[in-house]
Design a protein around this ligand. Sequence first.
Ligand code: ADP
Length: 545
Amino acid sequence: MMSEPTDGFQRTILPYNLFPRASRTARRGWNHMSDLPSILLAASEVVGFAKTGGLADVAGYLPLALARLGHPVAVIMPLYRSVRNGKEPIHTTEHILGVPLGRTILPCRLWRSELPESNIPVFLIENADFFERDNPERGLGIYQRSTPDGRKTDYPDNCARFVFFSRAVMEAAPYVGFAPDILHANDWQTALIPAYLRELYRHRPDYRRMRTLFTIHNIAFQGAYPHDLFHLTGLDFRIYNPHQLEFYGQFNSLKGGLVFSDWVNTVSPTYANEIRTPAFGCGMEGVLTERRDRLSGIVNGVDYDTWNTATDEHLAMNFTSENVVEGKAVCKADLQARFGLPHEARVPMLGMIARLTDQKGVDLVVKAADEMLKLPVQIVILGEGDPGWHAKLHAIRERYPKQVGLLIGFDEVLAHKIEAGSDLYLMPSQFEPSGLNQLYSLRYGTPPIVRTTGGLADTILDTTEESLLNSEPTGFRFQAYTPQALAGTVRWATHLYHERPETFLRIIRNGMKADWSWDRAALGYHKIYGRLVSERDGRRFAESA
Ligand code: ADP
């Protein structure tokens, strides 16, 4: 049976779980003849082009993994200055779009590049006034600039910039080389896309079959603006109400994604539940509870080419789970030397790499420091963020010069050395939508000590006497957000390290085996896309892919 051709390609309808996989030769390739749903992923940052956080990783790595499954996929982002001057070559296309913004229509050329080492298209929305101001040397980022006193502040026209971008994605969607089945929007910057599709575009033939997925990477950022900016969207004021795009007298971009998309997901199952509560929902718990039947979570992936102990060129010794004990001993000595700490082979080393903000639980580390440092442990911390935390951590380092190493700054090489050279990893976050460092730690043989929240709850299996009997624990968890709970868990983990080395090694090896790859995450997205397209086509959705 053939579906109606909408994009020039005939599609064979198969039960979803019988869709053919792409051949391995198409590994990093783009397969526009595939039977799987085709995806246009819109994001305000993409790794390899512009990055401020985890969103860029998802936007850069997920499409590669989707292409490996056989999905036709393209990415679309703003043409920032860093993209124009960046490593990846960019080319003009013949398409000049007219993008409505308020009462005007701005012309906008569509450019094209490709994800690094692939042929997956990255379409770029050009508007020099809006997007080509970033210049790190002058303290100008893609969303924020530094003020003379060192603080960061949002650009005053961010609302117009990302309303424009979202609308430009809608105008560009017919020109990406295939008819997208799914528009996949991410975070507040692209959250209006589902609203545009429902309100302004769905009746047009090119858009009729499109469906939307909206992914929340961090609900704390909502793109909320004074109501008088709503007119920029070109959307009817009918939908400026508390059930749709208004939130307490402001125009709230994020709600466009939460209310109008066909499916909402976030970056871990536990965070998907947490954001339905006032403690985590940042005001969106009501609307998310209304949408609970269409809300799910998928933990982000790790790029195991970059994070691979067998090949990582930053390590003093490469290792696998076979020779992990010897490998980590060499890496630990290297790490101690790097921080000027005494070379102590049998003193457990606790590592931590984080933005030093309240989210990451730095206050717990500071308050639990004396208790933890009574034990024979060393702690190394790499991070930057709130100057108040810098000062408090410096004070601890001064009190314990033989036990504490501290580097305030951003240093990717050192991050690799800390993951490999530590015996335990500290991640006592207040909240953690998905989290990457605990996943790197697992692969690097460094059992994480985490608070039971968000992606940490979903990825770390706690070590207890019971779990040691019944399952394969990978780390250590605590629930109460208290210094006592953190210090107590460190005591338990270091007790195992000293007294039950065979058990500790088993925990290390369990973690190293775990698969948190992008291929696993992509299967989760594949199922959501498949469900949306099955619904659209009136087919029964077969859950097992
Ligand atoms: P978040 O995105 O909330 O900051 P994640 O754990 O999801 O937290 O990801 C943080 C990423 O940034 C990791 O790749 C981590 O190694 C890296 N990182 C954070 N701070 C630093 C730093 N000071 N130096 C090097 N890498 C860092």
